[in-house]
Design a protein around this ligand. Structure first.
Ligand code: ADP
Length: 454
């Protein structure tokens, strides 16, 4: 087992990983920017190294600084969390080159699945349906027009290197296909350093259903079931995630789980990963991408399976065999996660920063809170607006929705604006209570308000 792990991240996920390390008796190193000096992950770790000024590219994303922090503290492994370096194969590669273990999949699997056009090919080779679209990257306008004509409008133009809901543009006819392709390319170039794009048919009002998998280095690969993540904001970012997907039949659960495992095996996957699908109203599912890292919403799977995914990631990276087989995995109850963000719903979800003057989260046994906040903490404009994850677990979905509603109602945060009022409203709508949601539900709910504003 490792003796010291550096956590190359900040916020709630750094705290979550430190907790898993403590459970395994592993010492921890936090990294932090000058803006995060007083952050909880810094206080919780055994050691902490400042890696630079507040902007991400000068600290958390400054690769030489982060690598140096691992070297000088004598860490024998690095956990990247999510975001930041978690899906950068050159970071994993650089670590391996200096003899430090990257807690994540093999470099080649990151590279292959990080290119979403190549990932589609891997899914097809594994016999898993993909959304109809281009075979790989689309280079010319005439090629794009030909493909869109063949699959039918509307289509989405997506950045091959995309992520976080960025670099996705919709085209409804040949005229706007050409202009949207140019915009998508520019956006992709600016955000991801690569203007490569591919085309997919737009699935109307789909559900987002994803499968958590975990594999060891000895050929064992297990799925931990699905999560339903259709409640997304206008930028395709998830707001609420659930496990299991209450309306999925046991047969479909097994089928989609096995499809995810086949894709993971196809690319020689080791460690934890998530295979994402879109599901249409008829229950047809289509692979969209694989996230080769720990997912923000991993706790809902932990709640219903009883498996500590972060602990298992560390064990697998240390060369242990998976401590369970597929037959051992069972699912009990229903878990829901709500992402609490420092965004003002009354100002079009603009980021809200400042000092936390009141911090009083809901308490009680089935409530799990993942957060790095405390009273007096300064929420900085430099980082992702997610400040907490509120996770509730109950015997079934109806009880879980009720508990979530109560927990949101009890949550007191002062000093900044949060999305809690919006979430409170959302989880009481008829659609959400019935589980009758799709990826456009939030957008449709917001439409009347926008029209009114105009
Ligand atoms: P990212 O990597 O940026 O998260 P994804 O490919 O995972 O991008 O897609 C994010 C979200 O965008 C999906 O959950 C879904 O809401 C929407 N989306 C992506 N592809 C399609 C599609 N072909 N049809 C309809 N919606 C889509």
């Amino acid at each position: 087992m490792f003796s010291k792990i550096l956590i190359a991240n900040r916020g709630e996920i750094a705290c979550r990983i430190i907790r898993a390390c403590k459970g395994l008796g592993i010492r921890t190193v936090a990294i932090y920017s000058e803006a995060d000096r007083e952050s909880l992950h810094v206080k919780q770790a055994d050691e902490a190294v400042c890696v630079g000024p507040p902007p991400n590219d000068q600290s958390y994303l400054d690769m030489p600084n982060v690598l140096m922090a691992a070297v000088i503290t004598g860490a024998d492994a690095v956990h990247p969390g999510y975001g930041y370096f978690s899906e950068r194969e050159n970071f994993a590669d650089a670590l391996e080159a200096i003899g430090i273990k990257f807690i994540g999949p093999p470099v080649e699997a990151i590279a292959q699945m990080g290119d979403k056009a190549r990932a589609r090919e891997a899914a097809m080779e594994a016999g898993v349906p993909v959304v109809p679209g281009s075979e790989g990257v689309v280079r010319t306008e005439s090629e794009a027009l030909e493909i869109a004509e063949a699959i039918g409008y509307p289509v989405l133009i997506k950045a091959a290197a995309g992520g976080g809901g960025r670099g996705i543009r919709k085209a409804t006819n040949p005229e706007n296909l050409v202009s949207q392709m140019q915009t998508a390319r520019q956006e992709a170039e600016a955000s991801f350093g690569s203007g490569a794009v591919y085309i997919e048919k737009l699935i109307e009002n789909p559900r987002h259903v994803e499968v958590q998998i975990i594999a060891d280095a000895y050929g064992s690969c297990v799925h931990l079931g699905e999560r339903e993540c259709s409640v997304q904001n206008l930028r395709h970012q998830k707001m609420i995630e659930e496990a299991p997907f209450a309306l999925l039949s046991p047969e479909k659960r097994q089928e989609i789980g096995e499809a995810a495992v086949r894709i993971a095996r196809q690319v020689g996957y080791v460690n934890a990963g998530t295979v994402e699908f879109l599901m249409d109203a008829e229950g047809n599912y289509y692979f969209i991408e694989m996230n080769t890292r720990l997912q923000v919403e991993h706790p809902v799977t932990e709640q219903v399976t009883g498996i500590d995914i972060v602990r298992t990631q560390i064990e697998v990276a240390a060369g242990k065999e998976l401590p369970f087989t597929q037959e051992d995995i069972t699912w009990t109850g229903h878990a829901i996660e709500a992402r609490i963000t420092a965004e003002d719903p009354d100002r079009n979800f603009a980021p809200s920063c400042g000092k936390i003057t009141e911090w009083n989260p809901p308490k009680g046994e089935p409530i799990r809170l993942e957060s790095h906040l405390y009273r007096g903490f300064e929420v900085s404009p430099f980082y992702d607006p997610m400040i907490a994850k509120l996770i509730v677990t109950a015997h079934d979905r109806v009880a879980a929705v009720e508990l979530l509603s109560r927990a949101l109602d009890e949550f007191r945060i002062e000093g900044i604006k949060t999305n809690i009022p919006f979430l409170k409203h959302l989880v009481q709508t008829e659609e959400y209570v019935k589980g009758d949601v799709h990826t456009q539900t939030v957008a449709q709910m917001m439409q009347p308000a926008e029209a009114h504003a105009r």
